[in-house]
Design a protein around this ligand. Structure first.
Ligand SMILES: [Zn+2]
Length: 375
Protein backbone atom coordinates (compact mmCIF):
# COMPACT_ATOMS: atom_id res chain seq x y z
CA UNK A 1 0.00 0.00 0.00
CA UNK A 2 1.25 3.49 -0.82
CA UNK A 3 2.47 5.51 2.18
CA UNK A 4 0.15 8.32 1.02
CA UNK A 5 -2.82 5.97 1.21
CA UNK A 6 -1.74 4.58 4.57
CA UNK A 7 -1.56 8.10 5.92
CA UNK A 8 -4.91 8.98 4.38
CA UNK A 9 -6.50 5.97 6.09
CA UNK A 10 -5.00 7.20 9.37
CA UNK A 11 -6.20 10.71 8.55
CA UNK A 12 -9.71 9.55 7.78
CA UNK A 13 -9.80 7.62 11.04
CA UNK A 14 -8.53 10.67 12.95
CA UNK A 15 -11.07 12.96 11.26
CA UNK A 16 -13.85 10.58 12.17
CA UNK A 17 -12.77 10.35 15.81
CA UNK A 18 -12.29 14.13 16.05
CA UNK A 19 -15.77 14.65 14.68
CA UNK A 20 -17.24 12.15 17.14
CA UNK A 21 -15.42 13.66 20.11
CA UNK A 22 -16.42 17.20 19.20
CA UNK A 23 -20.04 16.10 18.96
CA UNK A 24 -19.78 14.38 22.31
CA UNK A 25 -18.17 17.39 23.97
CA UNK A 26 -20.88 19.66 22.54
CA UNK A 27 -23.66 17.31 23.64
CA UNK A 28 -22.72 17.26 27.34
CA UNK A 29 -23.58 20.91 28.16
CA UNK A 30 -26.77 20.47 26.16
CA UNK A 31 -27.73 17.53 28.35
CA UNK A 32 -27.07 19.61 31.49
CA UNK A 33 -29.01 22.53 30.01
CA UNK A 34 -31.99 20.28 29.32
CA UNK A 35 -32.05 19.11 32.94
CA UNK A 36 -31.63 22.69 34.16
CA UNK A 37 -34.59 23.71 32.03
CA UNK A 38 -36.66 20.94 33.56
CA UNK A 39 -35.48 22.06 36.99
CA UNK A 40 -36.65 25.61 36.28
CA UNK A 41 -40.03 24.21 35.23
CA UNK A 42 -40.34 22.29 38.50
CA UNK A 43 -39.35 25.41 40.49
CA UNK A 44 -42.02 27.44 38.71
CA UNK A 45 -44.64 24.74 39.39
CA UNK A 46 -43.68 24.76 43.08
CA UNK A 47 -43.98 28.54 43.29
CA UNK A 48 -47.38 28.42 41.60
CA UNK A 49 -48.64 25.76 44.02
CA UNK A 50 -47.38 27.79 46.99
CA UNK A 51 -49.03 30.99 45.74
CA UNK A 52 -52.31 29.15 45.18
CA UNK A 53 -52.14 27.74 48.73
CA UNK A 54 -51.67 31.28 50.10
CA UNK A 55 -54.60 32.56 48.08
CA UNK A 56 -56.76 29.72 49.44
CA UNK A 57 -55.76 30.59 52.96
CA UNK A 58 -56.72 34.20 52.37
CA UNK A 59 -60.14 33.37 50.98
CA UNK A 60 -60.74 30.93 53.84
CA UNK A 61 -60.07 33.75 56.32
CA UNK A 62 -62.37 36.00 54.33
CA UNK A 63 -65.22 33.48 54.52
CA UNK A 64 -64.59 32.97 58.23
CA UNK A 65 -64.78 36.65 58.97
CA UNK A 66 -67.98 36.87 56.88
CA UNK A 67 -69.47 34.13 59.08
CA UNK A 68 -68.46 36.02 62.21
CA UNK A 69 -70.16 39.16 60.89
CA UNK A 70 -73.31 37.21 60.12
CA UNK A 71 -73.32 35.58 63.56
CA UNK A 72 -73.00 39.05 65.09
CA UNK A 73 -75.95 40.21 63.07
CA UNK A 74 -78.02 37.19 64.18
CA UNK A 75 -77.41 37.82 67.90
CA UNK A 76 -78.27 41.48 67.31
CA UNK A 77 -81.59 40.43 65.65
CA UNK A 78 -82.33 38.09 68.53
CA UNK A 79 -81.79 40.88 71.06
CA UNK A 80 -84.05 43.14 69.03
CA UNK A 81 -86.74 40.45 68.80
CA UNK A 82 -87.10 40.50 72.56
CA UNK A 83 -88.13 44.12 72.43
CA UNK A 84 -90.57 44.12 69.45
CA UNK A 85 -94.18 45.16 69.94
CA UNK A 86 -95.91 43.71 66.87
CA UNK A 87 -96.10 40.35 65.26
CA UNK A 88 -95.05 41.82 61.85
CA UNK A 89 -91.90 43.29 63.35
CA UNK A 90 -91.12 39.92 64.93
CA UNK A 91 -91.65 38.12 61.64
CA UNK A 92 -89.41 40.58 59.80
CA UNK A 93 -86.56 39.98 62.26
CA UNK A 94 -87.05 36.24 62.01
CA UNK A 95 -86.64 36.56 58.23
CA UNK A 96 -83.43 38.51 58.64
CA UNK A 97 -82.13 35.80 60.93
CA UNK A 98 -83.04 33.11 58.39
CA UNK A 99 -81.25 35.05 55.59
CA UNK A 100 -78.16 35.42 57.74
CA UNK A 101 -78.18 31.73 58.62
CA UNK A 102 -78.44 30.85 54.94
CA UNK A 103 -75.47 33.10 54.16
CA UNK A 104 -73.50 31.43 56.94
CA UNK A 105 -74.15 28.02 55.37
CA UNK A 106 -73.07 29.30 52.00
CA UNK A 107 -69.82 30.58 53.47
CA UNK A 108 -69.30 27.33 55.32
CA UNK A 109 -69.71 25.46 52.04
CA UNK A 110 -67.11 27.72 50.47
CA UNK A 111 -64.70 27.09 53.35
CA UNK A 112 -65.18 23.37 52.94
CA UNK A 113 -64.46 23.68 49.26
CA UNK A 114 -61.28 25.63 49.97
CA UNK A 115 -60.21 23.06 52.54
CA UNK A 116 -60.69 20.22 50.09
CA UNK A 117 -58.65 22.21 47.64
CA UNK A 118 -55.99 22.85 50.26
CA UNK A 119 -55.41 19.11 50.58
CA UNK A 120 -54.70 18.87 46.87
CA UNK A 121 -52.54 21.97 46.98
CA UNK A 122 -50.45 20.53 49.76
CA UNK A 123 -49.96 17.34 47.82
CA UNK A 124 -48.91 19.39 44.78
CA UNK A 125 -46.43 21.41 46.81
CA UNK A 126 -44.98 18.29 48.42
CA UNK A 127 -44.64 16.53 45.06
CA UNK A 128 -42.98 19.56 43.48
CA UNK A 129 -40.59 19.85 46.41
CA UNK A 130 -39.63 16.19 46.15
CA UNK A 131 -39.14 16.48 42.40
CA UNK A 132 -37.01 19.56 42.83
CA UNK A 133 -34.83 17.76 45.34
CA UNK A 134 -34.35 14.76 43.03
CA UNK A 135 -33.66 16.93 40.03
CA UNK A 136 -31.17 19.06 41.91
CA UNK A 137 -29.29 15.92 42.93
CA UNK A 138 -29.44 14.61 39.38
CA UNK A 139 -28.14 17.81 37.88
CA UNK A 140 -25.18 17.79 40.23
CA UNK A 141 -24.44 14.24 39.22
CA UNK A 142 -24.81 15.05 35.52
CA UNK A 143 -22.58 18.07 35.87
CA UNK A 144 -19.89 15.95 37.44
CA UNK A 145 -20.19 13.31 34.73
CA UNK A 146 -20.12 16.03 32.09
CA UNK A 147 -16.98 17.53 33.59
CA UNK A 148 -15.23 14.16 33.75
CA UNK A 149 -16.30 13.10 30.27
CA UNK A 150 -15.38 16.41 28.76
CA UNK A 151 -11.92 16.24 30.30
CA UNK A 152 -11.47 12.72 28.97
CA UNK A 153 -12.79 13.63 25.53
CA UNK A 154 -10.59 16.68 25.34
CA UNK A 155 -7.53 14.64 26.12
CA UNK A 156 -8.52 12.11 23.45
CA UNK A 157 -9.22 14.93 21.04
CA UNK A 158 -5.73 16.34 21.59
CA UNK A 159 -4.25 12.89 20.86
CA UNK A 160 -6.28 12.54 17.68
CA UNK A 161 -5.32 16.02 16.56
CA UNK A 162 -1.67 15.05 16.92
CA UNK A 163 -2.29 11.86 14.93
CA UNK A 164 -4.17 13.87 12.34
CA UNK A 165 -1.34 16.38 11.91
CA UNK A 166 1.15 13.55 11.61
CA UNK A 167 -0.97 11.78 8.98
CA UNK A 168 -1.46 14.98 7.00
CA UNK A 169 2.26 15.63 7.09
CA UNK A 170 2.85 12.23 5.48
CA UNK A 171 0.68 12.83 2.41
CA UNK A 172 1.78 14.43 -0.82
CA UNK A 173 0.32 17.99 -0.87
CA UNK A 174 -1.55 17.50 -4.17
CA UNK A 175 -3.10 14.25 -2.97
CA UNK A 176 -4.00 15.88 0.33
CA UNK A 177 -5.65 18.78 -1.45
CA UNK A 178 -7.67 16.37 -3.54
CA UNK A 179 -8.66 14.42 -0.42
CA UNK A 180 -9.74 17.59 1.39
CA UNK A 181 -11.77 18.81 -1.56
CA UNK A 182 -13.66 15.53 -1.99
CA UNK A 183 -14.07 15.09 1.78
CA UNK A 184 -15.60 18.57 2.01
CA UNK A 185 -18.25 17.75 -0.57
CA UNK A 186 -18.86 14.09 0.13
CA UNK A 187 -18.07 13.71 3.79
CA UNK A 188 -15.15 11.38 3.04
CA UNK A 189 -12.25 11.60 0.65
CA UNK A 190 -11.15 8.00 0.73
CA UNK A 191 -12.90 4.80 -0.26
CA UNK A 192 -12.01 1.16 -0.03
CA UNK A 193 -12.35 -1.07 -3.05
CA UNK A 194 -14.01 -4.43 -2.55
CA UNK A 195 -15.00 -6.91 -5.18
CA UNK A 196 -14.06 -4.38 -7.85
CA UNK A 197 -16.50 -1.85 -6.40
CA UNK A 198 -15.85 1.59 -4.93
CA UNK A 199 -17.36 1.32 -1.45
CA UNK A 200 -17.82 5.09 -1.40
CA UNK A 201 -20.29 5.26 -4.28
CA UNK A 202 -20.93 1.55 -5.00
CA UNK A 203 -19.94 1.95 -8.64
CA UNK A 204 -17.99 -0.85 -10.38
CA UNK A 205 -14.47 0.12 -11.37
CA UNK A 206 -13.05 -0.46 -14.82
CA UNK A 207 -10.72 -3.50 -14.78
CA UNK A 208 -7.72 -1.30 -15.56
CA UNK A 209 -8.48 1.01 -12.60
CA UNK A 210 -9.15 -1.95 -10.32
CA UNK A 211 -5.85 -3.57 -11.24
CA UNK A 212 -3.96 -0.37 -10.63
CA UNK A 213 -5.61 0.19 -7.27
CA UNK A 214 -4.74 -3.36 -6.23
CA UNK A 215 -1.17 -3.04 -7.39
CA UNK A 216 -0.79 0.01 -5.14
CA UNK A 217 1.79 1.57 -7.44
CA UNK A 218 0.19 5.00 -7.67
CA UNK A 219 -2.69 6.95 -6.24
CA UNK A 220 -5.95 6.21 -8.04
CA UNK A 221 -9.28 8.00 -7.73
CA UNK A 222 -12.79 6.72 -8.41
CA UNK A 223 -14.01 7.98 -11.78
CA UNK A 224 -17.46 8.31 -10.40
CA UNK A 225 -17.08 9.93 -6.95
CA UNK A 226 -13.47 11.13 -7.11
CA UNK A 227 -12.58 9.51 -3.80
CA UNK A 228 -9.04 8.24 -3.48
CA UNK A 229 -9.17 4.47 -3.69
CA UNK A 230 -7.36 1.82 -1.74
CA UNK A 231 -7.47 -1.93 -1.57
CA UNK A 232 -7.08 -4.18 1.45
CA UNK A 233 -7.06 -7.88 0.49
CA UNK A 234 -8.01 -8.85 4.07
CA UNK A 235 -11.30 -6.98 3.70
CA UNK A 236 -12.21 -8.42 0.35
CA UNK A 237 -14.54 -11.24 1.36
CA UNK A 238 -14.33 -13.10 -1.93
CA UNK A 239 -10.57 -12.93 -1.88
CA UNK A 240 -10.22 -13.76 1.78
CA UNK A 241 -12.44 -16.80 1.52
CA UNK A 242 -10.63 -18.00 -1.56
CA UNK A 243 -7.22 -17.46 0.01
CA UNK A 244 -8.28 -19.17 3.21
CA UNK A 245 -9.47 -22.19 1.26
CA UNK A 246 -6.27 -22.36 -0.71
CA UNK A 247 -3.95 -21.91 2.26
CA UNK A 248 -5.66 -24.65 4.27
CA UNK A 249 -4.32 -27.31 1.99
CA UNK A 250 -0.78 -27.53 0.78
CA UNK A 251 0.04 -25.71 -2.37
CA UNK A 252 -0.15 -28.02 -5.34
CA UNK A 253 3.12 -28.15 -7.19
CA UNK A 254 3.06 -27.59 -10.94
CA UNK A 255 3.67 -30.68 -13.03
CA UNK A 256 6.99 -30.66 -14.73
CA UNK A 257 5.69 -32.07 -18.01
CA UNK A 258 2.42 -30.08 -18.16
CA UNK A 259 1.45 -28.89 -21.62
CA UNK A 260 0.86 -25.44 -20.19
CA UNK A 261 3.09 -23.58 -17.78
CA UNK A 262 2.96 -20.26 -15.92
CA UNK A 263 5.91 -18.37 -14.53
CA UNK A 264 6.50 -15.18 -12.62
CA UNK A 265 9.50 -12.94 -13.15
CA UNK A 266 10.41 -9.98 -10.91
CA UNK A 267 11.78 -8.06 -13.89
CA UNK A 268 11.52 -8.67 -17.56
CA UNK A 269 13.36 -6.25 -19.77
CA UNK A 270 11.65 -2.90 -19.41
CA UNK A 271 8.36 -4.41 -18.37
CA UNK A 272 9.04 -4.95 -14.67
CA UNK A 273 7.10 -7.78 -13.05
CA UNK A 274 5.41 -10.14 -15.50
CA UNK A 275 3.62 -13.46 -15.77
CA UNK A 276 4.77 -15.70 -18.59
CA UNK A 277 2.44 -18.24 -20.09
CA UNK A 278 3.73 -21.12 -22.22
CA UNK A 279 1.72 -23.67 -24.12
CA UNK A 280 3.15 -26.69 -25.88
CA UNK A 281 1.32 -28.03 -28.91
CA UNK A 282 2.35 -30.14 -31.89
CA UNK A 283 6.08 -29.91 -31.28
CA UNK A 284 6.11 -26.12 -30.90
CA UNK A 285 5.43 -23.70 -28.05
CA UNK A 286 3.64 -20.39 -27.69
CA UNK A 287 4.52 -17.65 -25.23
CA UNK A 288 2.36 -14.84 -23.85
CA UNK A 289 3.53 -12.20 -21.36
CA UNK A 290 1.28 -10.21 -19.00
CA UNK A 291 1.94 -7.31 -16.67
CA UNK A 292 1.58 -8.52 -13.06
CA UNK A 293 -0.24 -5.41 -11.86
CA UNK A 294 -2.57 -4.60 -14.68
CA UNK A 295 -2.99 -7.99 -16.33
CA UNK A 296 -2.29 -6.35 -19.67
CA UNK A 297 -0.49 -8.32 -22.29
CA UNK A 298 3.05 -7.22 -22.97
CA UNK A 299 4.41 -7.56 -26.51
CA UNK A 300 3.32 -10.02 -29.19
CA UNK A 301 2.31 -13.65 -28.87
CA UNK A 302 5.33 -15.65 -29.97
CA UNK A 303 5.50 -19.22 -31.24
CA UNK A 304 8.78 -21.17 -31.54
CA UNK A 305 9.88 -24.65 -32.52
CA UNK A 306 10.11 -27.26 -29.73
CA UNK A 307 8.47 -27.42 -26.33
CA UNK A 308 8.86 -24.19 -24.32
CA UNK A 309 11.95 -25.20 -22.31
CA UNK A 310 13.80 -25.54 -25.57
CA UNK A 311 12.03 -22.71 -27.35
CA UNK A 312 12.34 -20.04 -24.63
CA UNK A 313 15.16 -21.07 -22.27
CA UNK A 314 16.26 -17.48 -21.53
CA UNK A 315 12.77 -16.62 -20.19
CA UNK A 316 13.01 -19.16 -17.40
CA UNK A 317 16.00 -17.57 -15.66
CA UNK A 318 15.16 -16.24 -12.18
CA UNK A 319 11.54 -17.20 -12.59
CA UNK A 320 9.02 -18.73 -10.21
CA UNK A 321 6.92 -21.56 -11.54
CA UNK A 322 3.21 -21.12 -10.80
CA UNK A 323 0.10 -23.26 -10.94
CA UNK A 324 -2.30 -22.34 -13.68
CA UNK A 325 -4.18 -23.99 -16.46
CA UNK A 326 -6.64 -22.46 -18.82
CA UNK A 327 -7.78 -23.74 -22.20
CA UNK A 328 -6.00 -22.22 -25.17
CA UNK A 329 -9.32 -20.86 -26.49
CA UNK A 330 -10.02 -19.25 -23.14
CA UNK A 331 -6.62 -17.57 -23.09
CA UNK A 332 -7.31 -16.34 -26.64
CA UNK A 333 -10.62 -14.90 -25.51
CA UNK A 334 -8.88 -12.70 -22.92
CA UNK A 335 -7.37 -10.62 -25.69
CA UNK A 336 -5.06 -7.89 -24.41
CA UNK A 337 -6.00 -8.14 -20.78
CA UNK A 338 -6.39 -11.16 -18.52
CA UNK A 339 -9.48 -11.19 -16.28
CA UNK A 340 -9.20 -10.20 -12.64
CA UNK A 341 -10.05 -13.70 -11.50
CA UNK A 342 -7.03 -15.07 -13.35
CA UNK A 343 -4.84 -12.30 -12.00
CA UNK A 344 -6.08 -13.15 -8.50
CA UNK A 345 -5.37 -16.85 -8.86
CA UNK A 346 -1.84 -16.22 -10.11
CA UNK A 347 -1.19 -13.63 -7.43
CA UNK A 348 -2.37 -16.02 -4.70
CA UNK A 349 -0.27 -18.84 -6.01
CA UNK A 350 2.73 -16.52 -6.24
CA UNK A 351 2.21 -15.46 -2.61
CA UNK A 352 1.99 -19.10 -1.56
CA UNK A 353 5.06 -20.05 -3.57
CA UNK A 354 6.98 -17.20 -1.95
CA UNK A 355 5.92 -18.04 1.59
CA UNK A 356 6.73 -21.68 0.93
CA UNK A 357 10.17 -20.68 -0.26
CA UNK A 358 10.63 -18.51 2.85
CA UNK A 359 9.58 -21.26 5.25
CA UNK A 360 12.56 -23.46 6.22
CA UNK A 361 10.30 -26.48 6.83
CA UNK A 362 9.30 -26.75 3.21
CA UNK A 363 12.38 -25.29 1.56
CA UNK A 364 13.62 -28.67 0.47
CA UNK A 365 10.29 -29.63 -1.06
CA UNK A 366 9.38 -26.36 -2.77
CA UNK A 367 10.82 -25.71 -6.17
CA UNK A 368 10.05 -22.05 -6.71
CA UNK A 369 12.90 -21.37 -9.07
CA UNK A 370 13.44 -23.66 -11.98
CA UNK A 371 16.46 -23.15 -14.03
CA UNK A 372 16.44 -24.99 -17.36
CA UNK A 373 19.83 -26.48 -16.47
CA UNK A 374 18.32 -28.03 -13.37
CA UNK A 375 15.80 -29.99 -15.35
ZN1 LIG B 1 -16.63 6.00 -6.02
Amino acid sequence: MLPDVENLIALQQADKEIHRLKDEIAALPRRVAAIEEKLAGTKAALEKAKTAAKADEASKRQFESAIQDLQGKISKYRDQSLAVKTNDQYKALLHEIQFAERDIRANEDKILEVMLNTDNREKEVKAAEAELKAETAEIEKEKNIAREETAKDEKELADWNTKRDKARGGVNPDTLQHYDRVAKHRGSGLAEVREQKCMGCQVMLRPQTYNEVRSGQRTMVCDSCQRILYYNPEHDTQMTTATATVSKRRRAHPKFDASQAWYYRGEYGESGEVYLSFANANGSSTRRIYDVHTGRRVGEILTREGEYRLGFPEDLNNSIRLNGSWAEEEIDSWGDEMPMTVLDILQRDLDLARSEAASPRSRTEAVPVQHPAAS
